[in-house]
Design a protein around this ligand. Sequence first.
Ligand SMILES: [Zn+2]
Length: 219
Amino acid sequence: MRKLLRAEFLVLALILPSLPGFPWGYEGHQVIALIAMKYMTADAQARAGDLLDGSAIDAVANWADDYRHDYRETGPWHYIDIPLADSKIDLARECPDGDCVIAKTQQFLAVLKDPKADKDAKAQALRFVIHFVGDLHQPLHDEDNGDKGGNTRYVVFERHPDDLRWIWDTGLLEHINRNPAAFAAELESRIVAESWNAVNSVCPKMAGLTSAIGSCNWQ
Ligand SMILES: [Zn+2]
């Protein structure tokens, strides 16, 4: 599992910021999962496959979005509204009652590590973690500029007015119109060995997030 998280955070922290406009909708989550799979050990893949009843992690990368349609109370689990002007996170203010993506990721990681948790609980926790790691790294899931993370800011894209959040999450990737597997392979090809070393310089800058979810203790 650590390999999985290590891969996702590395890719997201080092590779995607170099791609302006990379959005985070259905295909985006698939792409993230496909890249992560390439960095999982055989053991990690086998254990994940067992928990997911044989499904690959990219096949369940959007499960949490489907789930929240029936369980609306889980909606706030997918984001955190950190004021754009702030330089650090105030969890007491921005994550009341632990209902935000940082706290929930931490909570479900703990379930995965808990030897007393049963398989169903771990399977659900894994589905949430796979999805929330992607959400965590989507800027409009993490910050707010008085516009509910872009939800109330309308812009025109391809001659159609829509909210910035949808365009960033989904519209841009639909516009790019790439097969998720091909897109994942292209992004993965840009990962170089030096990138793995650079992660140590990235971690302190991400301290607000990483200290909460323990993602800097990969080695
Ligand atoms: Zn989400």
